[in-house]
Design a protein around this ligand. Structure first.
Ligand SMILES: [Zn+2]
Length: 231
């Protein structure tokens, strides 16, 4: 098992929703299933992806041939011929072990994408309300929300989308190191937003605090770190 770096990323700006959708790998309708997929920011090369997929497929087919299947040998031979390997080979070398690992370390600064992601969003009260209108998703009435204090449709009583810009706070773990190049790239993709990263790694004893805005790093401080969120 690797040492885990604990990361805290805060994203602020006029359209945080768009960023959350761009970094999400699954269906994004529900906040809880949103994730932070590094592949969406700095794509893992297709050649490794294809080898990983081929290796998974082979493994599934291999395991599906039952030990007591009377046609086992024939099926193993057919599978081996399909994949160009010796019959009975238990697994194929995947892309991750054929260069993908080194690629991730070099390009993401960590060998896997983020794990254990938790995302919370809330209205960012430090920002001006920039949207002047909101459309009721139920009855489609468009409201002027500049002077509204409660975001309720005056036609049908449904809640209106909050016109206040969102702030997103993500916590996630990465193997060994924080994903600095990934956040740097994300910041350059969305230069009208600010990205603040704090990270803590208890095994080797380091932590850090960095901020990017207008697509560029504003600061990056690193510190020694001796344990659960102490100095
Ligand atoms: Zn309505």
């Amino acid at each position: 098992m690797p040492n885990w770096a604990e990361n805290e990323l805060t994203i602020t700006g006029p359209d945080v929703e768009t960023i959350l959708n761009a970094v999400c790998s699954g269906p994004c309708e529900n906040n809880d299933v949103r994730t932070l997929d590094f592949d969406k920011i700095i794509p893992y090369p297709k050649m490794y992806k294809e080898l990983d997929q081929r290796s998974n497929e082979y493994q599934e087919k291999f395991l599906a041939i039952k030990k007591d299947d009377p046609d086992r040998q024939e099926k193993l031979n057919a599978l081996a011929a399909e994949y160009g390997v010796e019959p009975g080979t238990p697994w194929l070398k995947d892309g991750f072990n054929s260069g993908g690992y080194d690629w991730c370390c070099a390009n993401w600064s960590t060998k896997w994408s983020a794990r254990g992601i938790s995302l919370t969003t809330r209205p960012d009260h430090s920002k001006e309300v920039t949207r002047k209108t909101a459309k009721c998703s139920f009855c489609q009435t468009v409201h002027n929300v500049e002077h509204m204090t409660v975001w309720i449709c005056q036609q049908c009583g449904s809640p209106l989308p909050n016109p206040q810009p969102l702030l997103a706070f993500m916590e996630f773990d990465t193997a060994w190191s924080p994903p600095i190049p990934v956040i740097e790239k994300l910041a350059s993709m969305f230069p009208d937003h600010a990205f603040e990263l704090k990270y803590f790694e208890g095994g080797m004893g380091f932590s850090g605090h960095a901020r990017w805005s207008e697509g560029a790093e504003q600061f990056h401080h690193s510190y020694e770190y001796s344990g659960p969120r102490g100095g």
